[in-house]
Design a binder for this molecule. Sequence first.
Ligand code: FE2
Length: 204
Amino acid sequence: MLESISVFISGIVEGRDPVLNEHHQRVAAGISEFAEHIGCTGEERQILRIGASIHDLGKLSINEHILNKPARLTATEMELVRQHPELGYQLLAPLNLDPRITGIVRYHHENFDGTGYPEKRKGDDIPFYARIMRLWDVYDAVTMDRPYHKGVSSSEALQILVDTSERYDPELLASFCDFIEGRFGGRVAFCQGGEAVCLHAPAL
Ligand SMILES: [Fe+2]
């Protein structure tokens, strides 16, 4: 049933915003691999994969011209975009999904140091799965081309994460760097089947 819900939601996202669905599918594939790397069970991997595959669902409730604006957002626009975790959580509420999945949706923009949103949660008050999602979300955001910036290399992405390390669970960040460096050694993309593909391998 969980898989069916995930596929159903992905179909809706694909119809409205294919780029967003690509982001969902990339991070879902990557997070599943990473979960294995850190010793998660098969069930935990499934929870992470499904949560990742729908985590930005709430963006469907936000004007696409704001989401794809090729310039810096105004304060008002930023405030609207920052509602997407809560909007996604509310959209999913009638389904009574596993709280680990809805926690990924609701808290994937919380920072370990309490500077994130929507609740400014700190440290272990942020659900474990959402802390993992945070890393993958940022990694994918900076490595992929967006309307407002060119994607950076894998090594540059890891440097960005390290430079802002206060925002992430330190143990997870160390595991993540180890995983990306050891497994791919370069910029990573995931084809639709979820298989990892290394686009190029710069020196890390
Ligand atoms: Fe998000």
